[in-house]
Design a protein around this ligand. Structure first.
Ligand SMILES: [Zn+2]
Length: 388
């Protein structure tokens, strides 16, 4: 066990608004930032930039983005293969600088047990807020990898079942989407009443609920139902942005999901590419407009969808957000303190402060000046341990 003083780095703590020179101490046994007491060693980080580890609020760790071992929303493969893929994806996330995730749709509910193992200290990986199976309507988005629920009673029942199994979040499907044929982003799926029944159960238990929602009407349904975050939020008008602001609801944009499909268009079914192309400009405009209006944003990638990888795309998501009109500072906050608040882990993660997990990234340049720095050489620490 070692206490290390890191000195002379320029640090974005998650609470300040620019990198400022300050020293911090890490105890790699506790895995925390600790008070500046007697230390075993000192590391000089002069010229380096330090920020909290990234938190990715939207992943599907059981899915292989290249579809070789497992694919999104299919139960054709057995659970050991999904667990194998999930463990490998978790390590890739660490190398990109992601030290905490919220997984929002995991076949065989692999994420629930992995979350427990990580929490107990048996698994060295990003921390995990698990959602298990999402709730979708019969035949709805992701129905192969979800519980199909119809009516308020079933929505309540399955939300309670998930909470009994120990999820930290309940994932709900409010509209259609891109990755599956025969539906559009505008399709209304779970009704406002069904969504509300599930959200209430999550909140009664002190947990969160979020909704996949792309079209305006479905987004409004989910907002009125009281979800904590809207995933994707593709089509936003002024009225809808006001609804976010009134309620303090977060947006998790996942811009890399359609971006990755467009990059690999020649290798994908036509419906996926078509729908991605149709929505990507509106999506960027919506996210930029919402951020400028002050809607809280949390970073998420939807990694696990086609060609949407775990080893780079969290860093790329930050660049796509900046391109959409989110400021560099908002982007860093989205990936740290904001995501921590959304996931209700802000008591232990998301900022560089004494008592919190020693999850941090060391960079060579200032990402507030150029966000692409996040995609370059970096050193990542999880609970004070350097990722090799
Ligand atoms: Zn997703």
């Amino acid at each position: 066990m070692t206490k290390t003083l890191y000195k002379n780095a320029k640090v974005f703590t998650g609470k300040n608004e620019e990198f400022e020179t300050l020293d911090f101490v890490v105890d790699d046994k506790k895995g925390n930032f600790v008070e500046d007491e007697k230390v075993d060693q000192t590391v000089d980080l002069a010229g380096k930039y330090v920020m909290p580890g990234m938190i990715n609020a939207h992943t599907h760790i059981v899915a292989d983005p290249y579809g070789r071992v497992t694919s999104l929303g299919s139960t054709a493969t057995k659970s050991p293969a999904y667990t194998f893929v999930a463990l490998s994806n978790l390590q890739k996330l660490l190398t990109d600088g992601v030290t905490y995730i919220r997984d929002v749709g995991s076949v065989f509910e692999v994420d629930i047990e992995l979350a427990t193992l990580e929490r107990q200290g048996d698994l060295f990986s990003p921390g995990i807020v698990a959602s298990g199976y999402p709730l979708t309507m019969t035949g709805g988005h992701f129905s192969e990898g979800s519980y199909e629920v119809d009516g308020v009673d079933e929505a309540r029942k399955y939300a309670r079942l998930l909470l009994k199994k120990g999820v930290g979040n309940v994932k709900l499907m409010a509209t259609g989407g891109v990755s599956f044929d025969g539906e559009t982003p505008h399709d209304i799926q779970l009704t406002e009443a069904e969504l509300r029944a599930a959200v209430e159960q999550a909140h009664h238990k002190g947990r969160t609920a979020n909704a996949h929602a792309q079209g305006t009407e479905g987004i409004q349904n989910a907002l009125r139902a009281g979800v904590d975050s809207i995933e994707h939020a593709v089509y936003l008008d002024d009225e809808t942005i006001d609804m976010f602001l009134q309620r303090g609801t977060y947006i998790v944009p996942t811009l890399t999901a359609p971006w990755a499909m467009i990059q690999e268009a020649d290798q994908l079914p036509g419906f996926m590419v078509q729908k991605s192309l149709e929505l990507s400009e509106a999506h960027s405009q919506s996210i930029g407009k919402a951020a400028q209006a002050g809607v809280p944003i949390a970073m998420g990638t939807d990694s696990g969808t086609a060609f949407n990888n775990f080893d780079q795309n969290s860093s790329i998501e930050l660049e796509l957000m900046v391109n959409a009109g989110v400021t560099n500072l908002q982007v860093l906050q989205a990936a740290t303190i904001n995501a921590a608040k959304l996931l209700q882990i802000d008591q232990k993660a998301g900022t560089i402060e004494v008592g919190k997990l020693a999850d941090f990234i060391v960079l060579d340049e200032d990402p507030l000046k150029d966000i692409k720095v996040m995609q370059k050489e970096k050193t990542v620490f999880k609970k004070g341990i350097e990722i090799k």
